[in-house]
Design a protein. Structure first.
Length: 344
């Protein structure tokens, strides 16, 4: 019974959100070794999906399994989600779950796996190609976006797009670390969570995300895209190629601020509250080279090193505490490899 496992990803931002330019979106991101989603699958006559930790049915996994079996033209599958990523907190949970389920079912039936080809029919890769690229090969990646004439404020129906091409990929040094400060999400496990009296919600997703992105794209200033391009080509890509952590961090922080200017009206600031206060606090630490918000948040990440990992962890915990937030902190490594496959 095959098991497919994939790490989370960080989404630094987009290269362009203005309709005035020829290519729209263009994701920038990093593949992480942890946290991970792991899925096992075996052939069956119908669709059955469950969570390993509770044994309860998993409706989202079943939805992706149904799409995967249709794509693969197989009768069904029994899918078990062994480990999962927290949903809608900026770590790419939807794409990684969809692709691990597809790959696990394909392996169970000894069918070839082509996640880039399958992703649009699974409803993934519709804006950013970072999640698919992270699943395939890991590393630091930049995708080429979509033709603006094809992707206006409305993306095409599911399956009628192609995943953006990867235009740059670099492996990151093994001693780099990312510290994740993850505010507890309101409603998670039936609990409430507060950050100085404000309940942090999950990041935008589904129809809410689509509506927000339409507004952002309609109002996006094209000059910001030119600034992002300059930082990307003159600072971020050279830093990634040379493994220069400090320069990489500086460039990431600059791109985060530029992207935040596009999103300010939609999310209540350059960073979505309470991320702004957490970012500012983490960046004040000597152990953290730069900090930013992954996707819509609320997860905040900081770039550090193996040598300074303990201090970076303490700084992230202190940042959550200063913001009055419950939450968790993890220090994780980037990964230069894609998803792994185990089992028979």
């Amino acid at each position: 019974m095959p098991t497919v496992s994939a790490g989370a990803r960080l989404h630094v931002g987009f290269c362009n959100l203005s309709l005035a330019h020829e290519r729209l979106y263009g994701g920038i991101g990093v593949a992480l070794d942890e946290p991970r989603v792991s899925v096992t699958a075996e052939p069956a006559d119908a669709i059955n999906a469950e969570s390993a930790d509770t044994g309860d049915p998993d409706d989202l996994a079943a939805e992706y399994a149904a799409l995967a079996t249709e794509l693969l033209d197989v009768p069904g599958a029994h899918v078990t989600v062994e480990d999962r990523l927290p949903r809608h907190v900026g770590l790419g949970s939807g794409t990684q779950l969809a692709l691990t389920i597809y790959a696990a079912i394909a392996r169970a039936y000894d069918e070839p796996v082509d996640v880039r080809e399958a992703a649009p029919d699974l409803g993934r890769g519709g804006r950013s190609g970072v999640g698919v690229a992270a699943f395939q090969r890991g590393g630091f990646v930049v995708d080429g976006g979509h033709p603006t004439a094809r992707f206006t404020t409305e993306r095409p129906p599911r399956g009628e797009w192609t995943v953006p091409p990867i235009v740059a990929r670099h492996e990151l040094p093994e001693d780099w670390r990312f510290v994740l400060a993850m505010p507890a999400v309101a409603g998670e496990d039936g609990q409430t969570a507060e950050c100085q009296g404000t309940e942090p919600n999950r990041g935008r997703h589904g129809e809410d995300e689509d509506a927000a992105m339409r507004t952002v794209v309609e109002q996006a200033t094209p000059a910001v895209a030119d600034q992002v391009s300059a930082v990307l080509t003159r600072k971020l890509l050279p830093a990634a190629a040379q493994g220069d952590r400090a320069a990489f961090g500086d460039a990431v922080a600059e791109i985060e601020r530029l992207n935040g200017s596009w999103y300010a009206d939609a999310q209540g600031g350059v960073f979505r509250p309470p991320a702004g206060a957490i970012v500012e606090s983490m960046q004040a630490s000597d152990a953290i080279d730069a900090a930013g918000q992954s996707s819509w948040g609320p997860t905040v990440y900081g770039l550090s090193s193996a040598e300074h990992a303990a201090a970076a962890r303490d700084a992230a915990a202190a940042a959550l505490d200063a913001a009055g937030c419950d939450g968790t902190v993890r220090v994780v490594s980037p990964t230069n490899e894609g998803a792994t496959v185990g089992g028979a």
